[in-house]
Design a protein around this ligand. Structure first.
Ligand code: PLP
Length: 449
């Protein structure tokens, strides 16, 4: 049972001492402090005011197996008592990290057999940036340093993550500090966001135009200078941007044409979210490197991983030390929890359930929102969905102009009505736990309507 917290006192301390992530601190103070989440079970979170809220976001896109899993707590306890910590710096390793690496490799069908651990999605992408640049250095193609990414991509909050990300607001736009972010050597191209940017074309033509933008950028900067292209199979934090079906295969062909490494950021899309184990399977490409986090441990402990092709590792092995790593790389407790979490997802058939049952059901239910006067588009892939809120259905005009403001407003109304969703510009996005039932999907869609 939850502890009996003094919620008013916690709110006071929250304002006095605690700085929440990705937040307007003055706004939170004006609101009298944060909403205090006290406990959670299954698909529901509970707050200090006694509200039970259906978690349509799986925390922050991560609690795939839902809340309250005893066996994850048990496995953490056992591992903490046996070996709470040891690293892989001193030519050492630990059993959970090795076994988890093997498990992840097998989930890639053996295509990406080598795994490097970190604690967060941002760190995974930092690892990737250093790894792809190092790979080309060792290989002797010293000019290949540029990484190409997309506008509105999200690859994390560290300096490298923000830089590879394409969110202008995170690059500091609007404040007088030009030239600091994004860091040098990162180039951004247009995003495959058909509803916002491509409605004057067919989705196919738009998909081709967006892939072409990547080739144009490669030619502009010189193919001999490009190390990698990185993209989320489906852009999550950008607003659940599901690309036209012909986009990713063309992106892969372009990368292969110029010998550029293809990196997929699977931090949201991995572990069943889009109806396959990996998002890159859903969009039909075979990357050289993938980043994963979130669903890897269902958020029970922080852990992320980078899975890498044999070819890349072979090259790096000829170059001596890869001088990169974190204190918590291969953390035994986080690894043990992740391993058991994957076992749960497999045992309960959650990947298949998303593909065959709950994913199609969410799509069917989202389609029923399309007749709503404020809904411009409702889309999903697996259990990742978005509703575009519009002021004028015919023209697609937004409430707050081009950037939009309706999403956060609708989100607040949803929360007051017992549903946690996210508002991103003028869209509402959802990413519920993979254990969500059809009747809970009915509740989710009902509250949004
Ligand atoms: N990459 C993607 C696609 C993400 O969605 C996120 C977080 O939302 C990250 C990277 C960063 O992960 P973290 O917040 O664990 O650093």
């Amino acid at each position: 049972m939850p502890r009996n917290y003094d919620i008013a006192e916690l709110r006071r301390l929250d304002i006095a001492h605690h700085l929440p992530a990705q937040a307007d601190w003055q706004e939170i103070e004006d609101l009298g402090g944060s909403r205090i989440i006290t406990h959670a079970d299954g698909c529901y979170i509970h707050d200090g005011d006694g509200n039970r809220i259906l978690d349509g976001m799986a925390g922050l896109w991560c609690v795939n197996v839902g809340y309250g899993r005893d066996e994850l707590a048990e496995v953490a306890r056992e591992q903490m008592l046996e070996l709470p910590y040891y690293n892989s710096f001193f030519k050492t390793a630990n059993a959970p990290a090795i076994l988890l690496a093997e498990k992840i490799a097998s989930l890639t069908g053996g295509r990406l057999p080598h795994v490097f651990f970190n604690s967060s999605g941002s760190e995974a992408n930092d690892t990737i940036l250093r790894m792809v640049r190092h790979y080309w250095q060792v290989k002797g193609e010293h000019s290949r340093t540029i990484v190409i990414s997309r506008h509105n991509a999200y690859h994390g909050s560290t300096v490298a993550g923000v830089s590879m990300g394409g969110m202008k607001v995170m690059h500091g736009q609007g404040f007088p500090a030009p030239g600091i972010l994004p860091m040098a050597g990162i180039e951004h191209v247009r995003q495959p966001y058909w509803y916002n940017e491509g409605r004057d074309m067919t989705p196919e033509d738009f998909g081709t135009a967006c892939a072409q933008a990547i080739e144009d950028k490669i030619l502009e900067v010189g193919p001999e200078n490009v190390a990698a292209f990185i993209g989320e199979p489906v852009q999550g934090a950008g607003g659940v941007i599901i690309p036209p079906a012909n986009y990713w295969p063309q992106v892969e062909a372009i990368c292969r044409k110029y010998g550029i490494l293809l990196v997929c950021d699977e931090v949201i899309c991995g572990f069943g979210r889009t109806g396959n184990i990996w998002g890159h399977e859903t969009v039909g490409v075979k990357p050289d490197i993938i980043a994963m986090a979130k669903g890897l441990s269902s958020g029970y402990l922080p852990i992320s991983a980078v899975a890498v092709s044999a070819e890349i590792v072979q090259v790096i092995k000829t170059g001596g030390d890869f001088v990169h790593g974190y204190t918590y790389s291969g953390h035994p407790v986080a690894s043990a929890v992740a391993l058991r979490n994957i076992e749960i997802m497999e045992r309960e058939g959650l990947f298949e359930k998303v593909r065959n049952e709950t994913g199609p059901y969410l799509a069917e239910k989202l389609a029923t929102l399309r007749d709503h006067p404020l809904v411009g588009e409702a889309r999903s892939v697996g259990l990742l969905g978005a509703v575009e809120v519009v002021a004028d259905k015919a023209t697609g005009a937004r409430f707050g102009g081009a950037e939009g403001t309706a999403g956060p407003m609708v989100r607040d109304i949803c929360i007051r009505n017992g549903l946690m969703v996210r508002g991103i510009r003028d869209s509402i996005v959802m990413c519920p736990p993979l254990i969500i039932t059809p009747s809970q999907i009915d509740d989710l869609i009902g509250i949004i309507r």
